[in-house]
Design a protein around this ligand. Structure first.
Ligand code: GDG
Length: 470
């Protein structure tokens, strides 16, 4: 599908496209920003960010505007660390016991969504497209619709959609759904999240119909559609890094430094949903059971610190560091470290070198909306070698059926799956799997995802206008 241009574009997200660093203002990391920036440059629109730093938004040289909202720090904490990451995030990932619902945080969440909706209403030209991102801003669509019925509104929810049972514990579940239904098109990663959304509508008694894979919810003179739109990555960007001679030389150095055995890699934000502690514990059990693993396997965990103002995240970091220390103490030797933890962020060239160096990637989150690391590992490797171990509970499993799939809640299953990807002799079947995965990932470009989503958004709105005219 092609994006029809001249309508102006407004993006609303918690993160801004630029961040201030000691080396100046740079593009914020991540595939989503890379995908949206070219679209925004062409559309010459406005990017509204609720969690941005102001210095990084002084962008007079850009062909579009960035507006960072001024949100008082106590409100920001209650909205971001509280309602978003202390309530909605654990709820969506099935960690109901971790959820804390506090009225003051819910009020802050509403206030931030209102501020974002106000800013979008003020900045959007007549008939513009507004694309809102993620669970931190779920009430914006309805708030914005009430102020500006002329707008076309899209929303993308980047994390799993919670099971109806879990959603029952959210005191403002119906407000959450009504907030999202203010959009013309709500995107989720995979069809099973769309089915879970339908269950939520049923629980709340909200009338809906099906149209192919999408759900249509009538809302007065219009309808909201809920559809699966699997995100992708900058496939060519990662492949290019994988072919780069310097990156390949760095990968060879990493392998040599690790002693020449089998290398396992995991890359995650430090988040309990990513299953980092459980993965380390499974690796520890593998070392207990297998002399070959003790001699030959090294596990590198890159864990970028994340959300450290939320207590559950601070506790997780301690649990991870304790597991690494224990493994080292039990199985390490002067010249051999079975596990390496890097609790910091790497440049993407360095990350690509680790993707090349690894014999297998362990992508074993407890739950994950999609998981881009699975795609990046496959896209970076120039040849069809290496193995991908992937949780059945990650959205990525639905689009990568040829990966080695594992249920991350099955303790023994996880240990034996790690053992298999680490030590089983390579067979022609491995190359066939990797070839198939490469073909799948090559069709998942994040730029195509963004422009197709926007084209679909224009299409559903045009259909609405046409049906009103007849
Ligand atoms: C949310 C959903 C969904 C990590 N360490 C470094 C680094 N990274 C980059 C990876 C990857 C990204 O961070 C992580 O993406 P994920 O998809 O794994 O996870 P979330 O941050 O939780 O993202 C998720 C996603 O939204 C998109 O919709 O897939 O399910 O939770 O791109 O490369 N990048 C660099 N250095 C690092 O050290 N440069």
């Amino acid at each position: 599908m092609k994006t029809r241009s001249p309508r102006r574009l407004v993006i609303v997200s918690a993160r801004a496209p630029f961040v201030s660093t000691p080396n100046g203002i740079v593009r914020a990391p991540g595939g989503l920003i890379s995908a949206l920036l070219p679209l925004m440059r062409r559309a010459r629109g406005t990017w509204i960010a609720t969690g941005a730093d102001h210095d990084a938004c002084d962008t007079s040289e850009l062909p579009f505007r960035v507006r960072a909202l001024s949100i008082p720090s106590s409100m920001r904490a209650a909205w971001y660390a509280g309602a978003s990451n202390g309530a909605l995030w654990p709820l969506a990932h099935g960690f109901v016991e971790v959820c804390r619902f506090q009225a003051e945080q819910t009020r802050a969440y509403l206030d931030v969504c209102r501020a974002a909706a106000d800013a979008a209403a003020e900045n959007a030209p007549p008939g513009a497209i507004v694309w809102i991102h993620d669970y931190q801003l779920a009430l914006v669509p309805a708030l914005l619709r009430a102020r500006r019925p002329d707008l076309t509104i899209g929303f993308f929810w980047h994390i799993p959609w919670p099971a109806a049972e879990s959603l029952r514990v959210l005191p403002w579940a119906s407000e959450l759904i009504e907030g999202l239904l203010g959009a013309d098109l709500v995107g989720l990663h995979v069809p099973r999240y769309v089915r879970a959304f339908r269950d939520a509508l049923d629980e709340l008694g909200i009338t809906h119909t099906s149209d192919g894979g999408s759900i249509v919810v009538p809302r007065g003179s219009r309808a909201a559609r809920i559809e699966a739109w699997p995100i992708g990555i900058d496939v060519e960007g990662w492949a290019k890094l994988g072919r780069d001679e310097d990156v390949a030389a760095e990968a060879a150095r990493i392998r040599a430094d690790l002693g020449g055995g089998r290398v396992l890699l995991a890359v995650d934000r430090m988040d309990y949903a990513k299953g980092i502690a459980e993965r380390l514990e499974a690796f520890e059990r593998l070392l207990e059971q297998s002399a070959e693993a003790r001699e030959r396997v090294t596990f590198v965990q890159i864990g970028v610190p994340s959300r450290e103002t939320v207590p559950a995240y601070r506790e997780l970091r301690q649990r991870i560091e304790a597991a690494v220390g224990r493994i080292q103490g039990r199985f390490g030797a002067l010249r051999r470290k079975p596990v390496h933890l890097f609790a910091r962020s790497f440049e993407s060239t360095e990350l690509a070198a680790y993707y090349l160096a690894a014999d297998a990637a362990l992508v074993t989150p407890r739950r994950d909306g999609m998981n881009l690391v699975a795609f990046e590992y496959v896209a970076t490797r120039p040849r069809p070698n290496g193995r991908l171990l992937l949780s059945t509970t990650a959205g990525a499993a639905d689009v990568m059926p040829e990966a080695h799939l594992v249920n991350p809640y099955d303790d023994e299953g996880l240990v034996s799956a790690i053992e298999h990807v680490a030590l089983a002799p390579e067979t022609p079947g491995d190359a066939a799997r990797m070839d198939a995965l490469k073909a799948r990932v090559s069709r998942l470009s994040v730029e195509g995802w963004a422009s197709d989503f926007l084209a679909r958004l224009s299409q559903v709105t045009d259909e609405r206008v046409a049906s009103r005219a007849t």
